[in-house]
Design a protein around this ligand. Structure first.
Ligand code: APR
Ligand code: ZN
Ligand code: ZN
Length: 365
């Protein structure tokens, strides 16, 4: 057991706190990772606002890279000193999805068995709930060994750590879920961190045109930097008509929804060419429904309506490949790092996230 500094959300809506936590030594199948960099994601804010569940206190942070410090019994996939990106879907190898050769859908992903706990205050000893089973706004964190994916150790931690969540979700939504390949037309609705990553993934795959849609002109600039060939400000224009116009009147082969709302999903549905693909990577809330969608349109337009879980990624396959492309200058992950901040600056970063001029603030440890 050791004590480290970490960022904890103690209660619904309360500002996060920099405090001390206990990190157990790794047990069987576990690893302790010394965190080097961890991005601030909307999901962290969502946890502290009580939007995910009520299992406070939360240990926040989940888009991280670092060095394995120690491993528990039976761990052979990583060893102390390895540079790793943390993933939040460690595949089991044994569930229905894994057995049929589709481990990216694994239905039984796992996390560390032991719990990290609060080390300070009246509630010292309370078990922490790590965000997405990671909890990496901490000098060190305890995870399942399968959550550690080894990558090129010379890569910049602040940039490649982002592959652990939103950037992988976006790139994977395009390439893995949408099957985007050279010459396909793509539209991306919503250009936050996830949508812009879907633009970058589409560019990497050779898609053309790549149409970025958002209601915020700042987001459209970022999308252009990462490979959008056309941008549409849908605050004043009908995005469906604009996408059709840019694709010979037909609609895009693949339309990626990266907002998570019924109205933007419907735009994606109608902005797609016949037999095209809609990918939903934005996460809706449980109360949302899609009203008035004629079933004949679902049939008549054909193609596929898909959802993308974490970009349908297989971390062991996709993280090392994308890090190599980054190292070769073919995937600009640095463009996602708007600022580097300290462990004590997470609350302020949540504030900046709302203003919309930050793709990612990244905590450096
Ligand atoms: N039309 C187009 N764009 C919109 C609309 C709209 N009606 N409403 C919001 N947007 C844009 C915002 O301007 C912003 O640029 O969608 C983007 C959402 O981006 P972020 O809030 O930065 O979220 P991000 O981290 O990219 O995640 C997007 O994917 O993984 C999920 O939970 C995540 O649902 C979220 C989504
Ligand atoms: Zn499985
Ligand atoms: Zn995230």
């Amino acid at each position: 057991m050791q004590q480290v500094k970490a960022v904890v959300a103690r209660g619904k809506g309360q500002p996060v706190e920099l405090t001390t936590i206990n990190v157990p030594d790794p047990g069987p199948g576990e690893a302790v990772v010394q965190v080097q960099a961890c991005g601030v994601c909307h999901t962290d804010l969502h946890y502290r606002e009580g939007g995910i569940n009520d299992d406070f206190p939360f240990l926040l942070g989940h888009e991280a890279a670092g060095i394995v410090e120690a491993v528990g019994e039976g761990v052979t996939s990583v060893e102390p000193g390895d540079f790793v990106i943390l993933n939040w879907r460690a595949v089991c190898g044994d569930c229905r999805a894994c057995r049929r050769g589709e481990p990216w859908y694994c239905f039984a992903t796992h996390n560390a068995t032991q719990k990290m706990t609060l080390a300070e205050g009246p509630d010292a000893g309370t078990e922490l709930s790590p965000a997405l089973g990671i909890g990496a706004f901490a000098e060190k964190t305890l995870v399942a060994a399968g959550q550690c994916t080894k990558v090129d150790p010379s890569a910049r931690a602040a940039a490649v750590g982002l592959l652990g969540c939103g950037v992988m979700a976006g790139i994977g939504a395009a390439i893995n879920t949408g099957g985007v390949t050279r010459g396909r037309s793509v539209a991306v609705i919503g250009c936050g961190g996830v949508g812009v990553a879907a633009v970058a993934g589409s560019a990497l795959a050779g898609a053309s045109p790549i149409i970025a849609v958002d209601i915020d002109p700042k987001k459209l600039e970022a999308a252009r930097r990462l490979g959008a060939t056309h941008v549409v400000d849908s605050s004043g224009t009908d995005p469906v008509a604009a996408i059709q116009e840019l694709t010979g009147g037909f609609g895009a082969d693949v339309v990626i929804e990266a907002v998570g709302r019924p109205e933007t999903w419907k735009q994606a549905f109608y902005a797609r060419d016949l037999a095209g693909t809609v990918v939903l990577v934005g996460v809706p809330t449980p109360d949302m429904t899609v009203p008035d969608l004629p079933l004949i349109d679902v049939f008549g337009r054909g193609g596929s309506l898909k959802s993308s879980w974490y970009g349908d990624c297989l971390p062991s396959r996709d993280f090392p490949m994308l890090v190599d492309l980054y190292q070769q200058g073919r995937l600009d992950l640095d463009a996602f790092v708007t600022e580097e901040i300290g462990l004590g600056d997470v609350e302020a970063a949540f504030g900046r996230m709302h203003q919309g001029d930050v793709l990612r603030s990244v905590v450096i440890l």
